[in-house]
Design a protein around this ligand. Structure first.
Ligand SMILES: [Zn+2]
Length: 119
């Protein structure tokens, strides 16, 4: 008999127990690490939108200015999944406040004099 250690995809702890099955029959696992924010995970996801690596890429692409449909096409997930991932991640991540563009860099440009219309 060969036993393969199951690792938590979040904290990489091997203190993992079986936690029932999905509706489609795949084994679910539960992380026993108290500090880990991820509890239930699967070894093999059927749904690409559930893979932690894909979800990270969704957030990365959004940060780099990709649109919902861009991201969906590149990562081969649905646009609704992209939106769902972004909604969830905005709660989890500690956001830095946006730095407002300083007014000193914007110079008021003098408007070129327009030809006066004849009356
Ligand atoms: Zn964990």
């Amino acid at each position: 008999m060969v036993s393969v250690p199951v690792q938590c995809p979040h904290c990489h702890s091997t203190e993992v127990i079986k936690a029932g099955k999905q509706a489609n029959g795949t084994q679910r696992y539960q992380c026993q690490n108290g500090q880990c924010e991820r509890r239930i995970f699967l070894l093999q996801y059927q749904d690409r939108g559930r893979i932690p690596e894909i979800r990270r890429q969704v957030v990365d692409m959004a940060v780099n200015g990709s649109g919902i449909r861009d991201t969906a096409r590149v990562l081969r997930i649905s646009p609704t999944t992209v939106i769902a991932v972004l909604k969830k991640s905005s709660h989890a991540s500690t956001r830095q406040p946006h730095v407002a563009p300083s007014s000193s860099t914007r110079r008021p440009c003098p408007r070129p004099a327009t030809a006066r219309r004849r009356a």
